[in-house]
Design a protein around this ligand. Structure first.
Ligand code: PPE
Length: 308
């Protein structure tokens, strides 16, 4: 998706003009993928723009770096403050996407990352519906990928590792080139894991089910956890259960969740239409509650919002 430039990018503690926020071509992460990032959204609320679950995202960023043994020169509070400042100076009053990235910079070459400097950036830009304008209402067509999700002993799936996204890019390319909107990836054990940048839920006999993140080698999604809370509050039970591809084909409803994608109904999987081929009632109820929560229209979820 083409980027819409904004004014400033936070780079290692200072705000730099968008066009000057560059790095050396011999930066370590550019060659070996050793780095971690986050994806966060800010929304317009009646009290002004607010960042959704900022603290949880920055905590996950620090956890990603812990796994990668990258020492981050900023505290959780400093990272949260930096994100707020970046949204504020860019006057993102209609909301935006926020991309923190921690990468190893210029100075060392070779696979051994020790000694490479750690750099931290936060960029923001306006981002519309990630899976297309119609995805939220009509749903998306999914294809099970021939690319397996990483085995957790090959790539730490609990970390949003830069290099780990090659797997997602390959699955996405395959699905889009075959005429689908998005891919579903199975683990190396053949069980359903997640999508290229989203977690996945099905609804079966009134029960909402998602693959257990750790066993399935899926990212522990912050949207996924928000949906579990929202679903429980709406009186819908949620369980984490191992899932096979035929569970997807036979689901009454299905949807995917992610910060960028938000809550998107699944219309079909491998051309098997899910339910009536329209977003189901539980999906719609959860989706609309989620959009109210992120936009500050649900007092019960106000603690998830950080005012800018
Ligand atoms: N799985 C993966 C692999 C993933 O990348 C994401 C987020 C999720 C699940 C959902 O996690 P959460 O956002 O905490 O609910 N993907 C981010 C990157 C997307 C991109 O194209 O870049 C995102 O949604 O921001």
């Amino acid at each position: 998706m083409p980027l819409t430039p904004t004014k400033k990018i936070w780079m290692d503690g200072t705000l730099v003009d968008w066009e000057n926020a560059t790095t050396h071509v011999l930066s370590h992460t550019l060659h070996y993928g050793m780095g971690a990032f986050e994806g966060i959204r800010a929304y317009k609320t009646p009290q002004g723009v607010a960042i959704f679950r900022l603290r949880e995202h920055m905590e996950r960023l620090l956890r990603s770096c812990k796994i990668l043994m990258i020492d981050v020169p900023y505290s959780l509070g400093e990272l949260c403050d930096a994100a707020v400042e970046t949204v504020r100076v860019n006057e993102m009053n209609e909301g935006c996407y926020i991309r923190p990235l921690i990468y190893l910079g210029y100075g060392e070459m070779g696979v051994n990352p020790m000694g490479a400097p750690t750099n931290v950036i936060i960029g923001v830009w306006p981002w519309g519906a990630y899976l297309g304008a119609e995805s939220l209402e009509k749903g998306v067509r999914m294809k099970i990928s021939s690319w397996a999700r990483h085995h957790p002993n090959s790539m730490p799936t609990a970390s949003k590792t830069v290099g780990g996204y090659v797997n997602s890019c390959l699955a996405k390319l395959e699905a889009v080139k075959a005429g689908y909107d998005e891919a579903i990836m199975l683990g190396t054990d053949g069980l359903v894991s997640e999508c290229t940048g989203e977690n996945l839920f099905i609804v079966r006999d009134g029960m909402i089910i998602s693959p257990p993140p750790s066993e399935a080698g899926a990212l522990r999604g912050i949207t996924q956890s928000s949906i579990v809370k929202i679903a429980n509050d709406l009186g819908h039970p949620v369980s984490f259960e191992a899932m096979r591809r035929d569970d997807l084909y036979l689901a009454d409803e299905a949807f995917l969740t992610g910060t960028a994608a938000e809550v998107v109904p699944i219309e079909s999987v491998d051309d098997r239409v899910i339910g009536a081929g329209m977003p189901g009632p539980i999906t719609k109820e959860i989706q609309s509650t989620y959009f109210q929560a992120v936009r500050g229209a649900r007092p019960a979820y106000e603690s998830w919002l950080t005012k800018v």
